[in-house]
Ligand binder design. Structure first.
Ligand SMILES: [Zn+2]
Length: 157
């Protein structure tokens, strides 16, 4: 899906990109511009700002109010509302940092750019086509999966 997120939702922006969604992070943009982006680029506006939500609704922009601060509840509510899959498929994931698509790369292509300990422990790597950041399913991967599983449970309650 295509979203635009307000400046308060940096973390959620990264989560949605990891899940494969095209998310424009409207940091430091005024409300008028954010609503314009939502409408012209057919993006659903996600916001925690009640006033912005109201404005967007009045102007018939697709929008969703993020009520909860907790990331698990946040992901659960989005999944419920939009039917988002709460699992990460690296084939469709986007770079959490810049929103470009990531692609799988062969280990020798990135071996100069990763720490020897990473090189020793992991075989699969992905790289962002725009900013060049390299990803692998390291220690943080466990936490990511746990968060998604929790969100899944909350959603089914
Ligand atoms: Zn990137």
């Amino acid at each position: 899906m295509k979203f635009v997120t307000d400046g308060m939702l940096g973390k959620l922006t990264r989560w949605l990109r990891m899940l494969g969604h095209n998310v424009k992070y409207a940091k430091n943009l005024d409300d008028k511009t954010i609503i314009k982006i939502a409408k012209s680029e057919k993006r659903t506006l996600l916001t925690r700002d009640a006033d912005l939500y109201q404005q967007a609704t009045n102007q018939h922009a697709s929008t969703f109010f993020i009520e909860r601060k907790d990331k698990v509840e946040c992901l659960a509510s989005l999944s419920k509302r939009f039917g988002l899959k709460l699992e990460i498929n690296p084939d469709i994931s986007r770079c959490p940092k810049c929103n470009a698509k990531i692609k799988q790369v062969k280990k020798p292509e990135v071996s100069q750019k990763i720490l020897p300990s990473t090189k020793a422990h992991y075989e699969e790597f992905w790289q962002c086509g725009r900013c060049g950041k390299i990803y692998w399913q390291g220690a943080h991967w466990k936490r990511i999966s746990e968060t998604l599983r929790k969100a899944e449970r909350v959603m089914q309650e």
